[in-house]
Design a protein around this ligand. Structure first.
Ligand code: NAD
Ligand code: AHE
Ligand code: ZN
Ligand code: ZN
Length: 369
């Protein structure tokens, strides 16, 4: 079938809106009509050429919501008309990772997903007879996309797809990192570095966890108003201080924070986020995605003296099991999505969403088809 899609033909180039061909779903696959998709910084990261797994031409996008159109052979858990959120972290329920009880990082389709292919090693997308690659197993920048059954969370049909699409990445990642990865407890002091969609979702999670103090850090002061509105108790612009921001935070918090979250993808900030943690117990969670070749560093003494470095992918959330419940929470107002949606645009104007992000003017732009 034909599908309107925003195609990344080459790194560093704007997306092109073209009509691609989408092949029918094979066994274990599902054809989904995407109605809405957010634009996450990770889409921009991959488009920039910094992603070691970046592959072109590809249909990017991984923060979408839509409706099942057709199911392939053997698909039993979904049917046409079901409302779904595509998952870049699948949940097969059978692999060593799914059965471990220790991680959400199902590996059932991860190897082919990282090569821009469906699990059988081929692509369902083409343009003018040439293959177009998938992205993160989701490719939500296409009106029609094909996704493995195990990479789809079935959600309440009453849920507004134009909002709950944000649970496909940003909001779930931030809230989940607080509850599943850090396990922030009531009264804790938390520092959040980077106040985009991910950082604001961390703030929301920290408020849910009844954190006592939430320090919000960004080099763009335009981000502070919304951060405060979401629940930040202190805002810090590192540019306002002569000394390193970790020293500023340690002084402000009687020795450091209980938990910090890096929501930028900057390895220098990752170091600051670790080093602002309290001696003996402070934990720093890396959420930001750093470019090819980047490495983190600190004095090992920081860890010897009790600070902990962790990472979090998709907030540690098991998508098929847990996302439907988070959608219900959003419908009950227990998870706020509205503050994240600063812009809405039609697919044809998707490049403006990237511009707004790079200019620091948006939190999330939701694209409609
Ligand atoms: P965003 O661009 O909306 O927000 C980033 C924020 O960081 C901006 O407000 C920017 O002003 C701020 N910032 C930039 N440099 C800074 C610095 N040196 N000091 C302080 N603040 C600085 O991005 P986003 O969509 O919120 O994504 C944030 C990061 O999280 C990206 O790296 C993205 O790839 C990653 N991410 C990871 C996961 C995961 O599962 N681990 C999921 C989603 C996004
Ligand atoms: N492909 C990159 C890494 C990208 C990355 O870290 N992705 C995050 C999700 S970002 C969502 O906005 C993630 O969940 N990773 C776990 C996984 O299995 O991909 C690289 O460095 O190669
Ligand atoms: Zn994302
Ligand atoms: Zn699995």
């Amino acid at each position: 079938m034909k599908s309107r899609a925003a195609v990344a033909f080459a790194p560093g180039k704007p997306l092109e809106i073209v009509e691609i061909d989408v092949a029918p779903p094979k066994a274990g696959e599902v054809l989904v009509k995407i109605t809405h998709t957010g634009v996450c910084h990770t889409d921009a990261f991959t488009l920039s050429g910094d992603d070691p797994e970046g592959i072109f031409p590809a249909v990017l996008g991984h923060e979408g919501g839509g409706v099942v159109v057709e199911v392939g052979e053997g698909v039993t858990t979904l049917k046409p008309g079901d409302h779904v959120i595509p998952l870049y972290t699948a949940e097969c329920g059978k692999c060593k990772f799914c059965l471990s009880g220790k991680t959400n990082l199902c590996q059932a389709v991860r190897a082919t997903q990282g090569k821009g292919l469906m699990p059988d090693g081929t692509t369902r997308f083409s343009y003018q007879g040439k293959p177009i690659y998938h992205y993160m197993g989701t490719s939500t920048f296409s009106e029609y996309t094909v996704v493995p059954e195990i990479s789809l969370a079935k959600i309440d049909e009453q849920a507004p797809l134009e909002k709950v699409c944000l649970l496909g990445c940003g909001v779930t990642t931030g809230i989940g990192a607080v509850h599943n990865t850090a396990k922030v407890e009531a009264g804790a002091t938390v520092a959040v570095f980077g106040l985009g969609g991910i950082g604001l979702a961390v703030i929301q999670g920290a408020v849910q966890a009844k954190a006592g103090r939430i320090l919000a850090i960004d080099t763009n002061p335009a981000k502070f108003e919304l951060a405060r509105e979401m629940g930040a108790t202190d805002v810090i612009n590192p540019k306002d201080h002569a000394k390193p921001v970790q020293e500023v935070i340690v002084e402000m918090t009687d020795g450091g924070v209980d938990y910090s979250f890096e929501c930028i993808g900057n390895v220098d900030v990752m170091r600051a986020a670790l080093e602002c943690c309290h001696k003996g117990w402070g934990e720093s969670i890396i959420i930001g995605v750093a470019g090819a070749g980047k490495e983190i560093s600190t004095r090992p003494f920081q860890l010897v003296t009790g600070r902990v470095w962790r990472g979090s992918a998709f907030g540690g959330v098991k998508g098929r099991t847990q996302l439907p419940g988070m959608v219900q929470q959003a419908m009950r107002g227990e998870i706020r999505l509205d503050p994240f949606i600063t812009h809405t645009l039609p697919l044809e104007r998707i490049n403006e969403a990237f511009d707004l992000m790079h200019e620091g003017k948006s939190i999330r732009t939701v694209i409609h088809f």
